[in-house]
Design a protein around this ligand. Structure first.
Ligand code: HEC
Ligand code: HEC
Length: 266
């Protein structure tokens, strides 16, 4: 355990600010790199400021993080994860583990000294490059327009949420329609169910198994159909397939640049 965390844990935090000479030294460039890596790999579960999110706990109060020394314990933990409990394993380089730990320690220190660490500028990319990527290699303009459907995007979402909207559109609830298949693997999927006789039904896919399929129609009504060897015929279209494919295509830098560009859309 680094000496300064022992200080904080014994309640001496309040005196730290009066003794600036004893404040820990953080490697600012490692903190920045760690922040960028954290935002890309961890923030959608643990929240952009690591204070807990949709599906991951607060890391600023995590004993594992507080006890970590130079990223060693954290890297060991990340290598294994806790897949059974929803924490995936990560194959990070030792440097990345150390950077993320430096960032988290910076947040722990800020929280313990009750001094806000000015963060959450996740806009660390280059807007100009983002715009080029949007119109070029990213292929975004085939489906989107900055003056059409994406107009006002920068005002509509917090930057971190905006980034999640295109990096992991199925991970986050749509704030305009929070009751729809919220954060589910079926978000963005449309289904058409055609029984052997009678009318066909179309709508948002809510749930599907070998035995049932449930959709929500345009009027908001939920309908469930039994499935069997006799049908009905079920056709699924995934409106977010392009976004799933993009995950294997863009680099972290592309993502940061796109975010920097998209927040400028007023
Ligand atoms: C898909 C969601 C998800 C992602 C992505 C994710 N985590 Fe987690 N993480 C979890 C969950 C859920 C737990 C709680 C596991 C448990 O209950 O044991 C957890 C637990 C942890 C813990 C242990 C906390 C404690 O004190 O027990 C640490 C540390 C941690 N995560 C760090 C990270 C880091 C760093 C990243 C990015 C490299 C990351 N996580 C990415 C979901 C996630
Ligand atoms: C093949 C079509 C297609 C391509 C290519 C595509 N998207 Fe999308 N995108 C969608 C669909 C469909 C949605 C969901 C729209 C909705 O829910 O209203 C979406 C949603 C989004 C949203 C959320 C919009 C909102 O208002 O919440 C953003 C931001 C976005 N895309 C950005 C991008 C970027 C950046 C790229 C390129 C790197 C890209 N998209 C490429 C089809 C596409």
């Amino acid at each position: 355990m680094p000496a300064w965390t022992a200080l904080l844990l014994t309640g001496a935090a309040a005196t730290l600010s009066a003794q600036p000479g004893r404040a820990p030294k953080f490697d600012d460039s490692a903190v920045e790199r760690g922040k960028a890596a954290f935002i890309t790999a961890c923030s959608f579960c643990h929240g952009s400021n690591a204070r807990g999110g949709e599906s991951g706990p607060d890391l600023v109060r995590s004993a594992l993080v507080i006890d970590d020394e130079n990223g060693r314990q954290l890297s060991d933990f990340l290598k294994a994860g806790r897949p059974g409990a929803g924490m995936p394993a990560f194959d990070l380089s030792p440097n990345q583990g150390r950077d993320i730990a430096e960032y988290l320690h910076r947040l722990v220190y800020a929280a313990a000294t009750r001094r806000e660490y000015a963060i959450l500028n996740i806009v660390i990319g280059d807007a100009k490059r983002g715009e080029e990527y949007f119109n070029g290699a990213g292929g975004c303009k085939a489906c989107h327009s900055p003056s059409g459907d994406l107009r006002g995007l920068g005002a509509k979402y917090e930057p971190v949420f905006l980034q999640d909207r295109f990096v992991g559109p199925r991970r986050v609830a749509d704030p305009r329609n929070p009751e729809a298949n919220r954060g589910s693997p079926n978000q963005g999927k449309k289904v058409r169910v055609a029984p052997a006789s009678g009318p066909a039904y179309s709508g948002d896919l809510i749930y599907i198994s070998d035995f049932h399929v449930t959709l929500r129609d345009a009027q908001g009504a939920t309908r469930t159909f039994a499935r069997g060897p006799e049908g009905p015929k079920v056709e699924i279209t995934d409106t977010l397939q392009a976004h799933a494919d993009l995950l294997g295509k863009y680099t972290d830098q592309d993502i940061h640049d796109l975010t920097a560009y998209l927040v400028t859309l007023k």
